[in-house]
Design a binder for this molecule. Sequence first.
Ligand SMILES: Nc1ncnc2c1ncn2[C@@H]1O[C@H](COP(=O)(O)OP(=O)(O)OP(=O)(O)O)[C@@H](O)[C@H]1O
Ligand SMILES: Cc1cn([C@H]2C[C@H](O)[C@@H](COP(=O)(O)O)O2)c(=O)[nH]c1=O
Length: 206
Amino acid sequence: MSTGRFISLEGGEGVGKSTQVTALAEALRHRGKDVLVTREPGGSPGAEAIRSLLLSGAGDRWSMRAEALLFAAARADHVEKTIRPALAAGRWVLSDRFLDSSLAYQGGAGGLGISQVRALHRFGSEDFLPDRTLVLLLAEGVERARLRDRGESDRIGGRSNAYHLAVEGAFRQVAREEPGRVRLVDAAGATTSVTGRLLTALGDLL
Ligand SMILES: Nc1ncnc2c1ncn2[C@@H]1O[C@H](COP(=O)(O)OP(=O)(O)OP(=O)(O)O)[C@@H](O)[C@H]1O
Ligand SMILES: Cc1cn([C@H]2C[C@H](O)[C@@H](COP(=O)(O)O)O2)c(=O)[nH]c1=O
């Protein structure tokens, strides 16, 4: 049986993660990989139930600590019920967001600290990490224009510009700290060009 790999796609709001998860899955299937696409928050029945708690309702529905714990609980279920079994069956798992979103949104931008959120992950998911994390980056104006065209937002996506700039800064910080696992990828230009860059960033794993 071939070795499964766990890849996460990350980045701020509207940078093209969902579009690229679909495109990358297709490209990997063409290379003979058996691919499972999943997402966070969510990816298992329990985690999908937590997703609706996290993303709907008033902005102050949860404190930042409660929010981080809910993400960690959803992730623990997702890892145990969906990701680990797929990898054990030799599949490639592509996740639209994973731990690094918590490090950036709750740890960096949310003020809890990246190391505190990492500690939650050590407990909740035994520090289970992707083989590669691809962080999509876009100039702020382009990102906002794409979001405007799509015309929707959720409880967290609707936070201030300053918050979302801090999210991007935290993604960059994690990439500097973990260069082996985390790669920054330019999300500008045509969808096919971005997919090509993602495949290049996975070159050593293919
Ligand atoms: N390369 C691209 N060029 C132009 N528009 C794009 C490109 N990739 C995605 N889009 C458009 O930008 C919008 C956001 O894309 P997408 O939903 O894939 O982003 P996302 O990062 O998953 O968003 P979110 O963080 O909200 O989940 C969509 O309307 C999508 O069609
Ligand atoms: C996993 C994860 C997600 N978030 C935030 C990021 C987004 O605002 C939403 C998810 O919406 P999407 O359209 O499905 O990308 O949740 C977060 O703050 N922390 C996390 O760990």
